[in-house]
Design a protein. Structure first.
Length: 273
């Protein structure tokens, strides 16, 4: 029996599984029905806790996600160097939990991972959602100088008060006017290890999907924030232009729209899938 064989709705469960010889923490929210499972690829240095408010909005399908190596409560894996390494890890994880075909949602940094997974295993990915994502470090428009500085020197993880101050300005959008929303967003986040965080940064900086984006054929929904200070709207416009079967939806918000507008976003994603 597959780990996903179930006939009832359940709460979000967290567990750990060994992948490539290292412990990988993952979550699963099971749902009955015939809809394909949805794998969510999280943002840079973000633990599973960040995804919980969004996942609560999904009710019609099984949801899966995992902490990247060295992030959250997953063990560091020295084999991680590039985005394709993370894609191999994700596909091995899906093999371990018994899922062959799935839909895919990539958020921010996870959007790069989702693109690579789709390229590596096009026969396994049914539909693709890219949220506040780009075509990679050398194939994208970068955000504000403040946002880039904080990416390279992430003091927000070492000092919570500083993180709550700088976060709204780093991400832009609604949280600038409502900083209490950012505090709610970051309240339960876990600090990533230095190895886990900076390996993700290097992997993104050395990767781009531009040479092969037009080869992706999956129906694709691209979500963008009009006031995104970290990954500006031009990046999502580029993705929508290069991916043949893509459509773009823009929100009057910033880089945290998957949290601040999670009900609206989840409804749109579920309709698309």
């Amino acid at each position: 029996m597959s780990m996903l064989d179930t006939g009832v709705m359940s709460e979000v469960e967290m567990d750990a599984i060994e992948v490539q010889g290292r412990k990988l923490r993952y979550l699963i929210k099971r749902a009955e029905g015939e809809a394909l499972p949805l794998l969510i690829c999280n943002g840079l240095g973000q633990s599973l806790e960040i995804l919980l408010p969004l996942i609560e909005e999904f009710c019609d399908r099984t949801i899966l996600a995992f902490d990247m190596p060295g992030v959250g409560k997953s063990e560091w894996n020295e084999g991680m160097e590039a985005i394709p390494d993370y894609a191999d890890l994700a596909l091995e994880f899906m093999d371990k939990v018994g899922v062959e075909n799935f839909d895919l949602l990539g958020i921010s940094w996870g959007g790069a991972l989702a693109q690579q997974i789709t390229r590596n295993a096009p026969d396994r990915v049914n539909k693709l959602v890219l949220a506040i994502a780009s075509a990679g470090g050398i194939g994208s428009w970068w955000g504000t100088p403040l946002a880039l500085t904080e990416i390279m020197f992430p003091m927000r993880f070492t000092n919570k008060a500083y993180g709550n101050f700088i976060g709204p300005w780093m991400y832009g959008g609604e949280v600038v006017l409502k900083p209490e929303q950012f505090k709610e967003y970051s309240a339960h986040a876990l600090r990533p290890s230095a190895q886990g965080y900076f390996t993700q940064v290097r992997a993104m900086c050395n990767w781009t999907s531009l040479p092969w984006l037009s080869e992706l054929t999956q129906p694709t929904l691209i979500l963008a924030g009009q006031f995104d200070a970290l990954i500006p709207l031009a990046n999502q416009v580029l993705l929508a232009h290069k991916i043949k079967n893509a459509r773009l939806k823009t929100f009057p918000d910033g880089h945290l729209l998957m949290f601040t507008r999670r009900r609206e976003v989840a409804k749109l994603i579920q309709s698309f899938l």
